[in-house]
Ligand binder design. Structure first.
Ligand code: SAH
Length: 337
C-alpha cells in the first residue's frame, strides 16, 4: 500500500498491523506473546463482576441491563465476571465488541450465549450497560505528532528500501497541540488516540440515555504528557514496531486524562484513575485469595503468586490503572476511594 500509494499516518499503520495481528492468532498466555490480568487469575474477573453487580444493585436493580465487554480476548474475564454476577442475582444479556474471528471463536467456547459486534454502533439502544474494557484501549491506534523546526507535523510511515521508517509528514493545525507544547523542542513527540475518545463518547452517550457504568483497565498515565509510548511485544519481549508489522502486538500507553475529559464533557461521572493494585485491594482481593487457598490448600502458593502479580506495585499493581464511569443519577462504582 505504501509502495503504491505513498506514506500513511502512524495511526493507519497501527490499525492495519493490529487488525492482521489479532485476526491471525490468539496472542494470550504463556505460549503466546503476552499475558493479561484475567489470564493470571480468576480473581480479577470475579472482582470486576462483583463491582458491576454491586453498582447495578445500588442503582436499584434496573431491568434489562446488558454486560458489554470491549476486546474480550479469550472470554476468560467475561466468564469469571458473569459467574460472580450470577451469584449476586444478576444475569445480564452479554454483548462483545470483537473484530478477531479467532478470538470470537475462543469467546464462544466460554460464553456461548454472547452476541458479537464489530463496534458499539450495533449495540441495542435500550437498557443500562455494565461495561468493561481490559487492555482494549492500548490496542487502539494512536496518531503521532512530531515537533519540527517548522511547527508540528503528523508522523507518517514510509519505505526506505524494503524497510518501514517513520517520517515527519504534513503540518497539523495548532489547535491539535495543547498550549504548553506549542513551542516544544524539535523531535518532541505527542500521541493522541481519536479512536479511544470515540469509544468513550459512545459509552457515555449510552449511559446518558439509559444508565449504566463502565470500568476501563489499562496501562498508561494519569496526566497527558509528551513522549513516545508506541511499542511492539512478541513472545513476552519488546520488538521493533517498524519491523514485520502484524507479527507483533502494537500498543501505546493509555492517556487517561484525555479519556476522563471526553467522558466528563459527555456528562458522565468519572472515578480515578487509581492503581489496579489499590482498586483490587479495596474490592477485597485478599479475602478472595484466602477463600480460594482455603478451599484448595495445594494451590495456596499459586494463588498467592497470582495475587502478587496483580497487586504488587513492582508487577502490574501500579502501572495498570482503573477508571470508572457512571451515568448521571447512578451511584459511583466501588473501589476508587
Ligand atoms: N481483554 C482481554 C484481551 C486483551 S487483547 C484480556 O484482558 O485478556 C485486546 C483485545 O481487543 C483482543 O480481544 C483484540 O482482538 C481486541 N481488539 C483489538 N483491537 C480491536 C478493535 N479495533 N476493535 C475491536 N476489538 C479489538
Amino acid at each position: 500500500m505504501i509502495a503504491s500509494h505513498g506514506p500513511i499516518p502512524v495511526s493507519d499503520y497501527m490499525a492495519l498491523a493490529n487488525a492482521h495481528y489479532y485476526a491471525a492468532r490468539d496472542p494470550l498466555g504463556a505460549a503466546g506473546d503476552f499475558t493479561t490480568a484475567p489470564e493470571i487469575s480468576q480473581m480479577f474477573g470475579e472482582l470486576v463482576g462483583l463491582a458491576l453487580a454491586d453498582l447495578w444493585d445500588r442503582a436499584g436493580r434496573p431491568e434489562g441491563a446488558r454486560y458489554v465487554e470491549l476486546g474480550p480476548g479469550r472470554g476468560t474475564l467475561a466468564a469469571d465476571a458473569l459467574r460472580a454476577m450470577r451469584a449476586a442475582g444478576l444475569e445480564p444479556e452479554v454483548h462483545f465488541v470483537e473484530t478477531s474471528p479467532i478470538l470470537r471463536a475462543a469467546q464462544a467456547e466460554r460464553v456461548p450465549n454472547a452476541r458479537w459486534h464489530e463496534d458499539l454502533h450495533t449495540l441495542p439502544e435500550d437498557g443500562p450497560i455494565l461495561a468493561v474494557a481490559n487492555e482494549f484501549f492500548d490496542a487502539l491506534p494512536v496518531r503521532q505528532l512530531i515537533a519540527t523546526g517548522t511547527g508540528w507535523r503528523e508522523r507518517l510511515v514510509t519505505l526506505d528500501g524494503d524497510r518501514f521508517v517513520p517520517a515527519a509528514g504534513p503540518p497539523v493545525p495548532a489547535a491539535a497541540i495543547p498550549d504548553p507544547l506549542r513551542a516544544a523542542q524539535p523531535g518532541t513527540l505527542l500521541e493522541t488516540s481519536p479512536a479511544s475518545l470515540a469509544y468513550v463518547r459512545l459509552l457515555a452517550r449510552r449511559m446518558n440515555r439509559h444508565g449504566g457504568g463502565a470500568l476501563i483497565v489499562d496501562y498508561g498515565h494519569d496526566r497527558a504528557s509528551a513522549g513516545e509510548t508506541l511499542q511492539a511485544v512478541r513472545m513476552h519481549d519488546y520488538a521493533n514496531p517498524w519491523i514485520e508489522p502484524g507479527e507483533s502486538d502494537l500498543s501505546a500507553h493509555v492517556d487517561f486524562e484525555s479519556l476522563a475529559r471526553a467522558a466528563a464533557e459527555a456528562d458522565v461521572r468519572v472515578q480515578g484513575p487509581v492503581a489496579q493494585g489499590d482498586w483490587l485491594a479495596r474490592l477485597g482481593i485478599d479475602a478472595r485469595a484466602e477463600a480460594l487457598a482455603g478451599s484448595a490448600p495445594h494451590r495456596r502458593d499459586e494463588v498467592r503468586t497470582a495475587r502478587d502479580r496483580l497487586v504488587s506495585p513492582e508487577q502490574m499493581g501500579r502501572l495498570f490503572r482503573v477508571m470508572g464511569l457512571s451515568a448521571p443519577g447512578w451511584p459511583a462504582p466501588e473501589g476508587f476511594a
